[in-house]
Design a protein. Structure first.
Length: 101
């Protein structure tokens, strides 16, 4: 585990993602044993979702947006998510999982 109080597990290989236009599910494993599921996406990916569904709107699980879908940007976003506003964003963007520990 890294120096952070968490570990990021990618549900699918990050290397298979388009870093400019994609999304990926992650599991955020906290040192205290809690596991959260989160969606990380690029802004372009939302437009692609609307194009694919031929709709002028999109809704779903709220993603954490990153400019580039890579380890560096995802880790920066997770660090900010946990540190800003006393970590309140984790309860908004993350879904606490049971049985993934």
């Amino acid at each position: 585990m890294s120096a952070q109080p968490f570990q990021i597990d990618y549900v699918s290989p990050l290397e298979d993602s388009d870093s400019a236009n994609d999304n990926i599910d992650i599991h955020l494993r906290m040192d205290d044993g809690r596991v959260y599921s989160l969606l990380v996406a690029t802004p372009n990916n939302i437009y692609s979702c609307m194009d694919n569904s031929q709709e002028d709107y999109f809704f779903g699980v709220p993603p954490i947006f990153v400019r580039v879908l890579d380890r560096k940007h995802i880790e920066e976003a997770i660090n900010a998510l946990l540190s800003e506003d006393d970590g309140r964003w984790l309860s908004i963007y993350g879904t606490l999982q049971v049985g993934l520990g």
